[in-house]
Design a protein around this ligand. Sequence first.
Ligand code: SF4
Ligand code: SF4
Length: 382
Amino acid sequence: MSLSPQQLSAQIRTDAVELGFNSVGICPAVTPTGIDHFHQWLDAGYGGQMHYLEARRAAYAHPRHVLDGVQSIVMLTLGYRTEAPEEPGPGAGRISKYAWGEVDYHDLIHARLKQFKQRILAACPEASVRGVVDTAPLLEREFAQLAGLGWIGKNTLLLNRQAGSLFFLAAILLDQPLDYDDPHTTDHCGTCTACLDACPTDAFVEPYVLDATRCISYLTIELRDPIPRELRAGIGDWLFGCDVCQDVCPWNRKAPLSEIAEFQPPAGNNPIELRSLFDLDDETFRTRFRKSPLWRPRRRGILRNAAIVLGNQPAEASIAALRKGLDDAEELIRGASAWALGQHASPGVAEILKRRREIEPVADVREEIKLALEELATTGQH
Ligand code: SF4
Ligand code: SF4
């Protein structure tokens, strides 16, 4: 005998807890209320090079594009906050909290969703079920709000009064009716503007609207090109991602700590020593980072970012590493290293740049070298 929507929903809520998710909410599979806002955001170009969003813009209009015949969505959260490691010292870079562990969270959550799906199918064999995390065309925050899990804050993240925003969102779609939660209809940001005020690159166009092309997370993870010159100083010491608008949010002060072993930061990976990264070739970089979230921007993106961070904290001890970067086979790394050397007003740096300029085959990198030399000239080092 098949389960009623109430019985299946009760089973799902129990399964969510047993599988270690921190909260669960269930909503109907409908057109998300924020779809027009999302399309306007794309039209404004705020998605930058995240072309996968534009390519699937129509699909976001209804979750049936993720699962044919879908009737219900189970939204799940999994907290990733862990004890903070030490603050980065000279020559070190910061990594966004969600990437502190050694595993890619997609793999960890997918494994749990697979078990979840098996349990649902055991209870309801006729169901069609699909679990997703991040990669499907689904406005997860909208559905999480509809499922009663929180509100979308001025920093555009889903916020919950107990858990703050330091959690991953995952979803399970089913072609079965379920017992739905009430949507979360209140906004608890109030008069606070801490996230908007603290953003180092002024990425918020207005409250609730993020221009991703100015956001450090986008610049250090998604962008394949050189980081725009005017935003390089704002990167500060962020090697991968940025947590500033979450760290200043009062709702994150009491966010619970995760006990998941894979999310705990291993020694040496955060903060991460940057100069030695320039010794890694493709093979050694792959060996070290293949399973970590830092693999996404690949060696070229991480070394570009490392050069920018070293440029933001000039030190004699970084010059040798940046010199290696200036001779790297990747022009992206050479250009960023040229800029970073231009921030180092030390004897001999101008000579290093001039020698490279003579053999540099790429016009854009020669331009970076020229601008770096001009920068040095303003400090008397030329
Ligand atoms: Fe700004 Fe950092 Fe938040 Fe991006 S992640 S909006 S750069 S504070
Ligand atoms: Fe809302 Fe303030 Fe948190 Fe920003 S920092 S999301 S305004 S509560």
